[in-house]
Design a protein. Sequence first.
Length: 220
Amino acid sequence: MAARITRQLVDISNLDDKNAVLGQQDRRRMFALGNQLWHTDSSFKRTPAAYSLLHAHEVTPEGGETQFVDTRAAYDALSPKLKQRIEGLVAEHSIFTSRAKLGFIDFSDEERRATPPVHRPLVRVHPGSGRKALYLASHASHIVGWPVPDGRMLIRELIEHATQPQFVYTHRWEIGDLVIWDNRCTMHRGRPYDGEAHRRDMRRATVQDLDPAMQDLRVA
């Protein structure tokens, strides 16, 4: 059976291969709910995403917005003491961490082996501007070398700080919109919508982040 869209794009929709709305118990629908958590695209992959491009083909009459956070401005607003505390720290990222936060743990051993955890700096320097930015995501599990509860509390504290209203932009989609963002200095999340009553068809492309500083520090 032919795919609904080309394999070069990521299907960010609530539709199956026959263009029908996914059922409530559909595994793909439940997995996609993780997109409603604050995240940075592909931070859990060996090579993460630099830019993402999202194109709206069908939109919902209400809900379904996408929110973006400027993690450069969020870093700038940290206290000098906290900046010093987090400098040089490394977080472990995994797709299974973000999905487990929703109670979705239905992954095979093969799937887990195919996407092992990666280690990323908690603070990165943007290669274009030279500005420092927080590198956060719901995929971030803990701080390497710290007791797990302490690391998770720090990650939670930083995400709560970064997602204050002054750092957030909300995009309300219209058909034909194309939004491009830089994952190296942002986080984003989708907002809820009635996926049983309304169709939503979005298609995403990503550009890989080849910055040497963002290699998996676990194997560096």
